[in-house]
Design a protein around this ligand. Structure first.
Ligand code: PLP
Length: 384
């Protein structure tokens, strides 16, 4: 029995679109390890596949699932988030102008400030919470791309995707959104007007801290998308087959994982806001957070699993707090089932907008009471 009723995203993710292996009827997909494909005797490739750098069947299902969740026409996997994001810019022409946020994933901000300029792109960094500043930064006939990240790492600033899309489109530019932290559980940028969506799939999409991967989704398969595809194949930043398989497995539990992490984050944020050793909690779900109103309007059902806290006593107290945790793990990255804590300024270097007293918390799916007790104990010890 089949039905034309559109499936809910939870069903799409859990079943990986319900694909069944046609040969074996396996419910879990096989791992396609082959790097090359048989040419037919008449010299054609009827399978449509020739070489795995261009046509890896291991990508088909995870890309289809991600495109369906993000409501885009197509998706592409990459070897990492840092392979995916630059591909969007390398597909532009030398001399084009792009606009990016002042607060964003630090390594990509550095790439834009260093490499994109060498590539011939003019880059302006603006405060993406200020729509007037974004409007002012647009150069009609020259700005080709606006990049936003929301919530933005590590201050979790919120950008208004729909408003940014309007501004970008009015100037003839595309809007691309790093939606790593929001995930399709809480935000579908394409529905809000974005042209491209990027994920560090290393994070929530996979969710188990056991692979590095990146992904792009496009609203429409246009000529810019074709150029991105050519860049992936020709520069060769491709994901391994086993990693693509693992990523699909991770995406099947995306919704319960991300919802549990976000519920934990919400509980912790409210409790930590009252902690005597914490001067400020940065979390879009708190009513006093500057981006709260936009987050509640544009994010559906939660604000994600990332929090930052500013620790009273400055950098030394922040580092001392991180030194005392037992359940939280002192490690970089985010979006895994286990909770991570990081003194972020130590990672980002001198030009970071991240204050030195900030600890970034990637809240996992453990018991919220255990996580809170561990942090409260560490804060108390660090403050003597
Ligand atoms: N975007 C965000 C928001 C990130 O947090 C990261 C990594 O931490 C990246 C992009 C880069 O992704 P990857 O580490 O998979 O290259």
């Amino acid at each position: 029995m089949s039905s034309d009723k559109p499936q809910k995203p939870e069903t799409i993710a859990a079943q990986g679109l319900g694909w069944i292996d046609p040969e074996t009827h396996a419910v879990a997909p096989v791992v396609h390890a082959s790097s090359t494909y048989l040419r037919d005797a008449d010299n054609r490739y009827r399978s449509g596949r020739m070489y795995a750098r261009a046509d890896n069947p291991a990508y088909d299902q995870p890309e289809a699932v991600l495109a369906a969740l993000e409501k885009g026409e197509d998706a592409m996997l990459f070897a990492s988030g840092m392979a995916a994001a630059p591909a969007v810019f390398l597909a532009l022409a030398s001399g084009d102008h792009v606009v990016a946020p002042k607060v964003m994933y630090w390594a990509f901000r550095h790439w834009l400030a260093d490499f994109a300029k060498v590539w011939g792109l003019a880059v302006d960094f603006v405060d993406m919470t200020d729509l007037a500043a974004l409007k002012l930064a647009m150069r009609p006939d020259r700005t080709r791309l606006v990049w936003i990240e929301t919530p933005a790492n590590p201050l979790w600033e919120i950008a208004d995707i729909a408003a940014a899309a309007e501004i970008a489109h009015a100037a003839g530019a595309r809007l691309a959104v790093d939606s790593t932290v929001a995930t399709p559980v809480f935000t579908r940028p394409v529905e809000l007007g974005a042209d491209l969506v990027m994920h560090s799939a290393t994070k929530y999409l996979n969710g188990h801290s056991d692979l590095v991967a990146g992904a792009l989704v496009t609203r429409v398969k246009d000529e810019h998308w074709e150029r991105i595809a050519a860049i992936r194949t020709r520069i060769g930043g491709v994901l391994g087959s086993f990693e693509a398989w693992l990523l699909l497995r991770g995406m099947r539990t995306l919704f319960p994982r991300v919802r549990t992490a976000a519920a934990n984050a919400d509980t912790l944020a409210h409790k930590l806001a009252a902690n005597p050793h914490v001067s400020c909690v940065l979390y879009p779900g708190l009513p006093e957070f500057p981006g709260h109103a936009v987050a509640t309007r544009k994010m559906t059902g939660g604000c994600g699993g990332m929090i930052s806290i500013r620790v009273k006593g400055g950098e030394q107290s922040a580092v001392a707090t991180a030194a005392q945790v037992e359940i939280w793990k002192r490690a970089t990255s985010l979006g895994g089932v286990e909770s991570l804590i990081e003194h972020r300024a130590s990672v980002e270097g001198a030009d970071t907008p991240c204050p030195p007293d900030l600890l970034r918390l990637s809240v996992g799916i453990e018991d919220a009471g255990d996580l809170l007790a561990d942090l409260e104990r560490a804060l108390a010890i660090a403050h003597g």
